[in-house]
Design a protein around this ligand. Sequence first.
Ligand SMILES: [Zn+2]
Length: 385
Amino acid sequence: VAMLIARYHSETPSVNKPILLLAHMDIVDARPEDWERDPFTMIEEDGYFFGRGTHDNKLGVTALVSSFIRLKGEGFTPKRDLILAFSGDEETGMETTRALVTTYRELTDAEYALNADAGGGHLDESGDPSSFVIQAAEKTYATFELTIRNPGGHSSLPRSDNAIYELAGALKKIEAYRFPPMINDVTRQYLLAESEAKGGAIGEAMRDYATNPNNLEAADTLYDIPDLVGVTRTTCVATMLRAGHAENALPQSATATVNCRIFPGVSVETIMERLQTIVENAAVEFQILGEPMASPASPLLDGMILKIEHVVHTAHPGLPIIPYMAPYATDGKEVRAAGIPTYGVSGLFIKSSDVFAHGLNERIPVKGFYDALEYWHDLMIQLGE
Ligand SMILES: [Zn+2]
């Protein structure tokens, strides 16, 4: 794995801390036999650039590097240092991301970071810009395995205890449990901004919840909406099962995988203890998979928002700019966890029907690509003011 740091120096040493600009150089794998075109050759066709990583995240790397080169050529000198930091394993372990902001912290320390791999512009299906979103928080991804062990035996001689029944009982309790509703500045602003577009009873519940998170009726309404439940609380859900070893034997073990998306500010240990309390069965062994990393929500800094607003509104006057909390992880979580507030502000405007990141036939609109180059160039000038 590789990482890269490049610094654009200010003319004189500045009292202002640098701004960090993030992207990742690695890609999700692609099987050429499944693609319509070679995923590892960039192909321009029908107004799109096709290829693995065109969206995630070669666009980010290209836009940041080419903006540095262009600004140098234009003789631009920022009033504070701008730093590029590219990770090399964002899609897997994020060890390079962690190293960038810990081992190499003296090279990357910054007032805040802007991530080219999240957020950005939405186009509606007719191609008109509908909003620009800023990713300012990420939920913590944590996976638990719950295991029941049992001496087992012959299935013609059933025992009163059975690993599969016991595990099923534990899972039914997790299914029925609702983690308490939570809110932060990012989700409050998100719910308020999106409530109008949503409209109806759901829009009303979003607004009621944002103005009073103790409104349990509103929280319950949002609980039943898959793309909103995670905005209002921690969620844990069973995703995999394995149990037993023969159809005519009592199970000697049963294991369930439970995947959680934890609200910022709550530790992985707290959630595990809560799950242990809920299942009320000391025989259930809990194991945390991997090393989940929790990160705080980033404060919505006025100065940063104004710079984004300036650049976005120059191209698209009056476009709504909306912060959000992502249910998935990017480099941002490592950088936030290391104490640097981080905002996903990709320069790409794209329709949701054009998003194939991680999927087959990944592509970005050619126009969106060139517009993103202009966006980063103009944004870097703002950041250097
Ligand atoms: Zn990515």
